[in-house]
Design a protein around this ligand. Sequence first.
Ligand code: NAD
Length: 458
Amino acid sequence: MDLEGALEDMRQYFRSGKTRDASWRQSQLKGLLLFLKEKEAEIFQALKEDLGKHHVEAFRDEIGTVKKSINYALKGLKEWMSSKKAKLPIIALLSSAEVVPEPLGLVLVISSWNFPFGLSLEPLIGAIAAGNTMVLKPSELAPSCSSLLANSLPTYLDTRAIRVIQGGGAVGEQLLQQKWDKILFTGSARVGQLVMAAAVKHLTPVVLELGGKCPAVVDSLSSSWDREVAVNRILVSKFGACAGQACVAVDYILVEKRYASTLVELMKVKIKEMFGEDPQASNSIARIVNQQHFLRLKNLLSDPAVQNSIVYGSFMDEKNLFVEPIILVDPPLQGAIMTEEIFGPLLPIITLEKIEDSINFIYSRPKPLAIYAFTKDQRFANRMLSETSSGSLVFNDAVIQYAADSLPFGGIGESGIGNYHGKYSFDTFSHYKAVARRSYLTDFWFRFPPWNNHKLLL
Ligand code: NAD
């Protein structure tokens, strides 16, 4: 069947009302759970092949997180689906009102390669929970994961309502020409702009989950315990999350000049603890997705001024797409490494006179997807909260916000539009319809013309 025909069939299926049933939604969510359970070994294998992810990392970031989200949706579904009572103004005497969530129809999900299961299935959970039909286009850059999704999901889900279409940019463009009721896109700002431009034609609402540079601000923590905790959490959120190829990974660190060498020395020790003396021999750090991204990272380091700022690491193996953790102190701020999203295991540290300067530093740049502030100074924390803007703000940790069902996940400004996760996913894929009901019994006389009789009101 051609694409238009297939989509028309899905629209007809939506019109049949099948996907609106709570039991259909539950069965599809349970189908997803079963897919994750029965295909666990194949998912691990695919993530290993495409990204060199260790199965523990794969479970933490993808299988485990998605299972948690499905269970959360199953638990909340009935309540989310229920209509909520509302009130009409007094002029609508003898009335009742309610807000009724209704599915949007046929939605498109285009996802990225770095968390190929998480970023594909997390939106599907919301789209299913809200009762939609949907097409998923995973990224061609994680081909084993993409084909596992395309070949196996149909066994577990209702194929008249949920389809996986594989392909790259050309297929994405073809899909964007169709009429959708919503598009949720995860990827780069460049393609995000194309998605938004295509959506204009049909006035299709979009959610854009984009990236950017997420800073970690590290205050001069007084105790060695606090310092260790902060460094461990930053390192795992960088090198231990798809080797820094994560939208919420720490992109760079801001720290006071006087404190920088303490931080760097501690990082050197902790990197060795996590990845050993020879990180390439460790299976705990993922590989760069492809040669193009490898060369992009290499290029970020090519400027001699950037080279001179490297204080730790340098090894890059193109054949095996491996880049070891690399730390830089004060690379040029106007260089690509500090103006473009790094998306890899390179970690610049920018030194400031006072930690308070970090607020202006962040404010003068595009709004990040996340800011991570390691501090025990409540006054500084309050300033960070009220004087910066970002998709999320986390104190004393990083990345954990991604796994929270109770928090909206999304960016602001250049880091994205809209949000999802938990109930927010349901909201993203629902329309809240205002429904009002009146009795025929009575009306206030002054509602009706002729207005000349209304002198009393003037
Ligand atoms: P990308 O924009 O190149 O690709 C994303 C998806 O869009 C892929 O499925 C791709 O096939 C498709 N695509 C590419 N060209 C297209 C076109 N012309 N028309 C339609 N679709 C097209 O991004 P990427 O390399 O997959 O991901 C990296 C970016 O994604 C980074 O900026 C990262 O920060 C961001 N990201 C954001 C999140 C988030 O949740 N906010 C998560 C992961 C990645």
